[in-house]
Design a protein around this ligand. Sequence first.
Ligand SMILES: Nc1ncnc2c1ncn2[C@@H]1O[C@H](COP(=O)(O)OP(=O)(O)OP(=O)(O)O)[C@@H](O)[C@H]1O
Ligand SMILES: O=P(O)(O)OC[C@H]1O[C@H](OP(=O)(O)OP(=O)(O)O)[C@H](O)[C@@H]1O
Length: 215
Amino acid sequence: MSIVLALPKGRILKDAGPLLARAGIFPEADYADESSRRMRFPTNHPELDVIRVRSFDVATFVAFGAAQIGICGSDVLMEFDYPEVYAPLDLGIGQCRISVAEPKDDAGQTDFTRASRIRVASKYPNMAKKHFAAKGIQAEIVALNGAMELAPGLGLSRLIVDLVQTGSTLKANGLVETDVIAQVSSRLIVNRIALKTRPDEIGAWIEAFRKALSA
Ligand SMILES: Nc1ncnc2c1ncn2[C@@H]1O[C@H](COP(=O)(O)OP(=O)(O)OP(=O)(O)O)[C@@H](O)[C@H]1O
Ligand SMILES: O=P(O)(O)OC[C@H]1O[C@H](OP(=O)(O)OP(=O)(O)O)[C@H](O)[C@@H]1O
């Protein structure tokens, strides 16, 4: 049975290319061509195939054992918190943070200790809820898949929880970062059962990535 490595479309796919090469993995040429409709690609290793899926879905494919290995943002891992997923390596790519932001003009004006309920737009409902619950605030999450930065200006929510790297998206939309929830980077992930049942093969791939990181 072949081993399936799940890769996320988008920015991580680009950053992962050199790392794959250092790990000796060369998928068929069009794997990085996002205009291609193919989703599964053979590699130079006959027993290893690569699949290209949405970044949130990498964790799901690996958690259910449909893929044995994957590359995935720690934001996605924190949001799902799948017990079946083991993340042995920080790959140092896709570095950003997950933060709370609010309109520049309101910054620091809300007394959170007095706000019993607050509306927050986010692609990370679990993490956002947990973050506010830890402060004793009940957050009502408005689930969005993108363009969270528009929500406060249009009255959809008071706050947002989203990824921030340079801060330019927040700035361009009149928002400021008020709290950092967690630092984010991409991780190598493996299915725990696959690691138990195929320790030599999966272990060798973990080792290949470990070496690639120190190369
Ligand atoms: N600005 C950023 N800087 C660094 N890493 C980022 C940044 N934005 C996202 N990431 C990382 O890349 C991952 C994928 O983000 P990306 O924006 O490519 O996907 P997306 O557009 O949200 O996905 P989809 O198209 O599936 O909705 C995130 O889960 C995160 O780990
Ligand atoms: O702080 P910055 O450097 O501006 O980066 C932050 C932005 O990057 C991500 O979006 P992305 O560019 O991936 O767009 P998308 O979520 O709409 O796909 C994230 O959702 C923010 O909007």
